[in-house]
Design a protein around this ligand. Structure first.
Ligand SMILES: NC(=O)c1ccc[n+]([C@@H]2O[C@H](COP(=O)([O-])OP(=O)(O)OC[C@H]3O[C@@H](n4cnc5c(N)ncnc54)[C@H](O)[C@@H]3O)[C@@H](O)[C@H]2O)c1
Length: 432
């Protein structure tokens, strides 16, 4: 099939490359000319495992192209995906400006029947708004489909090629059939394609992210209670994870969730529920708990050191989670700003996110060449992202590099008893 994907970010680029991988002809469009120029030269603007190879192969086989020329891409395509950002607006709602701008531009370019697909995460009612915008601009026939994306950064290609499910919100059979045909190769292993109305499809995406965020905040509160009563959250987690009604995923406490999705999607769901006169009480608490949890590291550091002024703090992990370079809403931003604000000197290391971090912190912090480099002369190490390479370091070497062997582990990646034997003063979340 001939496909245009408008918005070549974390989602659009993965979606475009994966559709091309399954034999479709895909044109990825973005209004960021530098990004497109880079992609045309084979430069991948983000870190996502496997993406570079996928893009290279499909470009070489001429199934994947990059352009800023939206109109031409739309005219050459039957299905047009809108995958632009829906950032948080000032009042917490999802800002639909980019989605509606693109819808208008797509409508103006139309030269026949098109299926226009909302891939961006958008509040309930957006498909209808997109439909109205397009109707005002064109007399050509079209269908609007809601097709929320559930991929996870860090495993995006795997998730897209082998989804747990595909959700299609479609109100007419022609578009629904085309979408099912497009996704059929991705669901051969039995994953369901779920066809529903647009409102339910739109809400499904928010419900999924809100449920996952709720589990994280819930476990962070359980961890805080563990601290208060002297229980161990690892035991509590294992005990509840074995309950099939609960299951093991998303039960790890830490320094709070971040990223480009959970924070904004939780806020947007609260907001559009309110617009429909519903007070989403649980989610307001989920958000408040998450904000409080980001203060865990600073609270623990101050309890240990008193003033942080002049302390040198090594930070391992800047990305909001491993296997990505994305730092949008990363807890590391709150923690590092807090450290710098209290007069501490920060020496940070992340395997992939350092170029992004430089854009955020500039020269306010120092950047290390390796995890060990960050430790030289450190009064303490703070761990904020559970990259695999942090899991089995040379502890003896760490001790020789640090001024004092003190570790604040915001991701619970080491065993407290083993750290004690190794001679570290070790703090983790919800474990004695
Ligand atoms: N990142 C994720 O893991 C993820 C997962 C599922 C869903 N989503 C949703 O997908 C959407 C996109 O997220 P993302 O992380 O890929 O965002 P992103 O910021 O990485 O990418 C958005 C891209 O759209 C481009 N763009 C903006 N306006 C444009 C316009 N008028 N014309 C052409 N291009 C334009 C930007 O230049 C950018 O490259 C959001 O709604 C997000 O909530 C994201």
């Amino acid at each position: 099939m001939k496909i245009a994907v408008i918005g070549t970010g974390y989602v659009g680029l993965v979606v475009g490359a994966c559709f091309a991988e399954n034999g479709n002809d895909v044109i990825c469009v973005d209004n960021d000319a530098a990004k497109i120029r880079g992609l045309q030269r084979g430069r991948i603007p983000i870190y996502e495992p496997g993406l570079e190879e996928l893009v290279r192969r499909n470009r070489a086989e001429q199934r994947l192209a990059f352009t800023t020329a939206l109109a031409r891409a739309v005219r050459a395509s039957q299905i047009v995906f809108i995958a632009v950002g829906t950032p948080q607006g000032e009042d917490g709602s999802a800002d639909l400006q980019h989605v509606l701008d693109v819808a208008r531009a797509v409508a103006k370019a139309m030269n026949g029947y098109k299926v226009i697909v909302d891939k961006s995460t958008v509040p309930v009612g957006t498909a209808e708004r997109v439909r109205n915008v397009i109707r005002r601009e064109t007399t050509h026939p079209f269908s609007v489909v809601s097709n929320p994306e559930f991929l996870k950064q860090g495993a995006a290609i795997e998730d897209f090629l082998k989804p747990d499910r595909v959700v299609i919100g479609a109100e007419d059979p022609r578009a629904s059939e085309l979408m099912q045909e497009l996704y059929a190769p991705f669901t051969r292993t039995g994953a369901p394609i779920m066809v529903m109305d647009c409102a339910s499809a739109e809400l499904s995406k928010y419900a999924a992210n809100a449920m996952l965020a709720t589990r994280i905040s819930f476990m962070n509160e359980i961890a805080n209670v563990c601290d208060a009563v002297g229980a161990d959250v690892d035991h509590v987690r294992a005990a509840i994870a074995s309950d099939r009604r609960i299951g093991p995923s998303f039960l790890f406490p830490g320094v709070g969730y971040g990223g480009s999705c959970f924070p904004k999607d939780v806020k947007a769901l609260v907001r559009f529920s309110k617009e429909h006169r519903y007070d989403f009480q649980i989610l307001r608490a989920v958000e408040a708990v998450n904000e409080a949890q980001k203060a865990w590291v600073l609270g623990r550091l101050e309890a240990h050191f008193g003033s942080l002024k002049g302390r040198q703090i090594a930070v391992w992990g800047l990305a909001f989670k491993p296997r990505t370079d994305d730092m949008r809403e990363a807890p590391s931003v709150t923690v590092i700003n807090g450290l710098v604000g209290r007069g501490a000197r920060v020496h940070a290391f992340d395997p992939e996110a350092q170029p992004v971090a430089r854009g955020i912190f500039g020269s306010r912090i120092a950047y290390a060449d390796s995890g060990y480099d960050a430790l030289t002369g450190a009064d303490a190490l703070v761990i904020l992202t559970e990259w695999s390479e942090f899991r089995r370091p040379d502890f003896a070497r760490m001790k020789t590099l640090m001024r004092a062997p003190v570790v604040f582990d915001g991701r619970n990646i080491y065993e407290p008893a083993a750290m004690k034997v190794r001679g570290f003063t070790y703090f983790s979340v919800g474990r004695p």
